[in-house]
Design a protein around this ligand. Structure first.
Ligand code: ADP
Ligand code: MG
Length: 756
């Protein structure tokens, strides 16, 4: 054959690869479905048979091509797809589309064991195929290594041993590759199938043509065996990545102790309804969410909140499904059952977050989508290049096979998602629930952290510590204040009412009332207009502060929140209310500063008291006297200055600020987990969880970057080596299996992440 013919053949085949695989990619990208007009529904599917990033991309795009689908997100480690689609779209349509693309799909019924079963089934099949392949191919391999004294097996025997390995053990590669090619979507199986097929068919041709060409049965069988080994090990280690969520599932007891007129009876959990009375004996796991009505005990809530100290529970306190009763006996009424318990919500949140995509992954996805067609081109170039310059057909075949095998972008597809699955699982164990992978990524990159004061830095249980009155007695002042605050929900109101109660003061009924968020309250009592609120608020109304300005300042300097009581524009009293910082606040703030974050305190309280609290806990800057709507404006201002801001608040009245921040972190008190309003929810109210979350998020991002670097580095280094004939396809297959394991193993290191 002359060079011109070869060059023409190369050009033609390269053009075919480009047209077949890259052309349709453009088209699907251009054809974005119209935005959803009607209500969209969420579908959860289990997807079987995915092995690499291009599989993920393929399943995603085949789902997107179903009419009415708004978005689809596919996760490799958890083998699932989350699809948002218009009402009209049936789950069966989606399943059909996935099956047509060559994968297995079924409805995900929330049953975790079912899903687990799939993983272990896959591991078993992979193991069986691997063992058969290994047994049959080892004689070929051993004898082809040119060890002195061991003669090479006759080619015919090699052929007989290799055929079942390639045709039976490796059949899945060919089936999937055929479907991929037909769907004009190149994936890893295409590379493997072409590589193995080329080595095998060429060897058969060489065997029967008597042309004294080298046979490469050992390469074909070794590739099949090693790829199967890699998949088996991957399936096994992948099970480990799901450990965190598995242990959450195991927290759910299957029975409950029903209380019925003095007698207890063990009943199946499913029969428990809201309002049922239940009991927990010492050491029992709490069966559903409830409220204690009798008894006292200490509960271990660490499995939900990561908080290791047991929590005291008595009548009126809430208990949570999955937590462990200590040595006491309690009776409680079921308040939430089934999928409404905090545990069920946490499990849902964790699995959603684990299946979400990191932003950094879109880069990897983009690269892999053109990577395989590119690898095919390089393989073609290798084949024709060697043919032209060395003229040896067998060398040309084996070097291009090496290129195909080494190019398999397996590690690339796993690099990011495994790190997310393990990282999110570890976070959940620490009581940190990110809403998605993006939240963790952003947290890792923030350089400023803003704290709300009341209830976040401070305990949120204010008490009245000093009263300074002018013109009327302290108790009379307290009576007016309590009358006003009896209509308010604010923590300050609770402190005033509690103080009045302790002094046996009966608040009188108020004639009219109005609350000004972030300022105070005003009303009418005995026909006179009265008000209670911040000094700023009082001043804005024109209240004269004569007589109480000095004690008010003194109290504020101690870190107290000072509120002024007035009647007809004359100040009657100043109340100093103290809400001391949480005991761990200083430590948490110092740790965050060590991690390189700038700290800011935001509050509606006065400058003086805010600065005192900030100084007590070590916060660097203070933004005070802010109305609730000012807080998000201030955060936007910081963002415009280039800061990447995390905001920590209680998630209830701070939601605009939490939403404005790059990452909104809501601290729960265990009871009300505001899972939807924030990017990250901390299940306990302990501030030490914040620096822990930052450190973990950075560790996750680091693993992702290492994994991506490793995956790309290895591929881009190895392909030219293979093309130049320095790599043998078996080494390529071994390297591929190894890189897979390395990427998963690197992510599994996150399981060992320990809070300091
Ligand atoms: P924070 O930003 O610390 O959560 P808020 O925005 O709730 O505080 O309130 C800001 C300030 O407004 C309080 O420090 C207090 O001076 C005043 N204030 C708000 N509500 C009330 C109320 N019900 N009674 C008295 N003062 C109030
Ligand atoms: Mg607040």
């Amino acid at each position: 054959m002359n060079d011109l013919v070869l060059a023409a053949l190369f050009a033609a085949s390269a053009a075919f690869v480009l047209w077949w695989f890259l052309w349709p990619m453009r088209r699907t990208r251009a054809a974005k479905p119209a935005p959803a007009s009607s209500t969209t529904l969420r579908h959860e599917l289990h997807i079987g048979g995915m092995h690499c990033a291009s599989c993920v991309g393929r399943v995603e795009s085949c789902l997107m091509n179903v009419e009415g689908v708004v978005s689809s997100s596919v996760s490799l480690p958890s083998e699932s797809a989350t699809v948002m689609a218009d009402e009209g779209v049936q789950t069966t349509h989606l399943i059909e589309a996935v099956e047509k693309a060559g994968y297995h799909a079924e409805l995900r019924n929330g049953d975790h064991h079912h899903h687990e079963h799939h993983h272990s089934q896959e591991a078993k099949t992979a193991r069986f195929n691997f063992i058969v392949a290994a047994v049959l191919s080892s004689p070929i391999l051993l004898t082809s290594m040119h060890i002195p004294g061991i003669p090479e097996l006759p080619a015919l025997i090699q052929f007989l041993l290799a055929t079942p390995v390639v045709v039976l053990c490796g059949r899945q590669f060919f089936i999937r590759a055929a479907k991929s090619i037909a769907a004009r979507n190149a994936d890893m199986d295409v590379l493997i199938a072409i590589g193995v097929g080329a080595a095998y068919l060429f060897s058969i041709a060489a065997l029967f043509s008597h042309a004294h060409l080298h046979v490469y049965f050992e390469a074909a069988t070794a590739i099949v065996t090693l790829v199967l080994l890699g998949r088996f090990l991957e399936a096994v280690s992948m099970r480990k990545t799901g450990e965190a969520i598995r242990s959450l599932f195991e927290l759910q007891p299957t029975t409950a102790l029903l209380w019925n007129e003095g007698e207890t009876k063990l009943v199946p959990l499913a029969s428990i309804k809201k309002g049922d009375i239940l009991a927990a004996r010492p050491g029992d796991r709490i069966s559903v969410d409830g409220q204690v009505i009798e008894g006292e005990s200490q509960l271990d809530e660490s499995m939900l909140s990561g908080e290791s100290m047991p929590v005291e529970k008595a009548a009126g306190d809430r208990v949570f499904a999955g937590t462990m009763n200590g040595s006491g006996w309690i009776k409680f009424v079921a308040t939430e059952v089934g999928e409404h318990t905090a545990l069920a919500q946490i499990i849902r949140a964790v699995s959603n977050a684990q299946n979400s995509k990191a932003a950094i992954q879109s880069l990897a996805d983009k690269i892999t989508s053109v990577f395989i067609p590119a690898a095919l081109l390089v393989a073609l170039g290798t084949f024709f290049g060697w043919l032209m310059f060395s003229g040896a057909f067998d060398t040309a075949v084996i070097n291009s096979v090496a290129v195909l095998i080494i190019a398999c972008p397996c590690a690339m597809g796993l690099a990011t998602p495994v790190a997310i699955v393990v990282g999110v699982g570890r976070a959940a164990q620490m009581g940190v629930l990110p809403q998605n992978a993006h939240a963790l990524e952003t947290l890792a990159r923030t350089n400023m952290i803003v704290f709300d004061k009341t209830g976040t830095i401070t305990r949120g249980k204010p008490t009245l510590t000093d009263v300074a009155s002018s013109q009327i007695s302290e108790n009379d002042a307290l009576a007016v204040a309590a009358a006003l605050e009896s209509r308010s929900e604010h923590p300050i109101a609770k402190a005033i009412i509690e103080a009045a109660r302790q002094r046996n003061i009966q608040p009188q009924p108020i004639e009219s009332f109005q609350a000004q968020a972030g300022s105070g309250v005003i009303g009418v009592l005995h026909g006179k207009s009265v008000g209670l609120g911040s000094q700023k608020f009082a001043e804005s109304i024109g209240v004269s502060l004569d007589g109480i300005q000095e004690p008010a300042n003194k109290s504020a300097k101690l870190g107290n929140t000072v509120v002024i009581l007035w009647q007809d524009n004359v100040a009657l009293a100043a109340f100093g209310i103290s809400d001391i910082p949480k005991s761990e606040a200083r430590h948490a703030v110092e740790t965050l500063k060590h991690l390189g974050l700038r700290t800011v305190l935001m509050t509606g309280d006065s400058h003086v008291s805010a600065e005192t609290i900030a100084a007590q806990v070590g916060i660097q800057s203070v933004l005070a006297e802010l109305r609730p709507e000012d807080k998000s404006e201030e955060i936007a201002k910081l963002q415009r200055q280039g800061e990447r801001v995390a905001m920590v608040g209680d998630g209830i009245n701070d939601s605009p600020a939490l939403a404005q921040a790059d990452v909104g972190i809501a601290m729960g008190s265990g009871s009300d987990i505001a899972l939807e309003t924030s990017d990250i929810t901390i299940v306990r109210s302990n501030l030490d969880a914040i620096p822990e979350a930052v450190r973990l998020s950075r560790a996750v991002l680091k693993v992702i970057k290492q994994n991506l670097f490793f995956a790309f580095f290895y591929n881009s280094l190895a392909i030219p080596l293979a093309a130049l004939g320095f790599l043998n396809p078996m080494i390529g297959a071994a390297a591929m299996a190894l890189s897979d394991i390395c990427v998963v193993g690197n992510a599994l290191r996150l399981r060992a992440f320990r809070p300091r």
